[in-house]
Design a protein around this ligand. Structure first.
Ligand SMILES: Nc1ncnc2c1ncn2[C@@H]1O[C@H](COP(=O)(O)OP(=O)(O)OP(=O)(O)O)[C@@H](O)[C@H]1O
Length: 261
């Protein structure tokens, strides 16, 4: 059975667009409210250039996941606009240039084998069997889980499931990949492997995490979000070294920056 998020994504019609040299992502005056939770996002403005690696940090409930779902067109904002590679995102329309890795890999994996899960995206995009096979092999190899391809995803460890979930997104060859809490529930070795993977990734990356050391190792730039507003946007090592700023928004300066004032 597909869960709600999978059903929403699998139903999204395909919307193709030509790539260009412009910003990978441009968000303008974006506002979003849930019916029972008003003003979750309040006038968000941000741009991400192609090739940038950007961390999104903020306390619980700041609106990080809501922002990601709005960027991907899963949620329809009350006002404002999202542009991907110069083209507006239309809520409910699938854009192959962007991939979202969910906070919980189980929300993304639902097939009987790893291979089928990774093939799900390219199959829905209408590729030939050969092209699907090529994309599946490529994604499984990039994420280091090729040997798991015949295993049922629900028999895998948390770390293995995380990398399979990433493979299922990469098989659609997105240019911009959004990672929502990618190191949640990973042990030290799996987390280190994930950090190396993210550092080597060729795509534009937007990653939200409470694992601030991971953000520091992967991202040059950080956006601090609190109560649906952007509080700071700049060099990761400068924003995250600012203890009063971090503490004012429910965060701590990462240990590796504690020598800085
Ligand atoms: N489906 C929903 N319906 C109603 N309110 C929601 C829904 N999803 C999230 N919210 C509310 O929106 C606010 C922002 O939630 P969101 O999940 O975007 O925050 P977050 O920054 O990702 O938090 P976390 O770090 O805990 O994952 C919270 O107050 C939350 O309770």
């Amino acid at each position: 059975m597909l869960n709600q998020a999978q059903q929403a994504i699998s139903r999204l019609p395909y919307q193709s667009v030509e790539q260009s040299e412009m910003d990978a992502l441009k968000v303008t005056r974006l506002a979003y409210a849930y019916p029972d939770c008003p003003a979750v996002l309040q006038g968000i403005d941000l741009s991400i250039a192609t090739g940038e690696r950007v961390g999104l940090i903020g306390p619980n409930g700041a609106g990080k996941t809501t922002l990601f779902l709005s960027i991907c067109g899963v949620l329809a904002p009350q006002s404002g606009q999202v542009q991907l590679f110069g083209q507006p995102v239309q809520p409910g329309r699938f854009r192959p240039e962007i991939g979202l890795v969910f906070q919980n890999p189980s929300d993304q994996l639902f097939s009987l084998s790893v291979e089928e899960d990774v093939a799900f995206g390219p199959t829905n995009m209408g590729f030939s069997c050969e092209a699907i096979e090529e994309r599946v092999c490529e994604a499984l190899q990039l994420t280091g889980v090729f040997d798991l391809r015949h295993r049922p995803p629900h028999h895998l460890s948390g770390g293995e499931r995380r990398m399979v979930a990433i493979a299922s997104v990469l098989a659609m060859r997105p240019q911009l990949v959004i990672y929502d809490e990618p190191s949640a529930n990973l042990d030290m070795r799996s987390r280190r492997r994930l950090i190396r993977f993210l550092q080597a990734a060729s795509q534009t990356i937007l990653v939200s995490s409470h694992d601030l050391e991971l953000v520091l190792e992967v991202c040059d730039r950080v956006i601090l979000l609190d109560q649906g507003r952007i509080i700071a946007d700049g060099a990761a090592s400068e924003i995250m070294a600012n203890a009063p700023l971090m503490e004012a928004h429910g965060l701590e300066r990462p240990h590796s920056l504690s020598h800085r004032c």
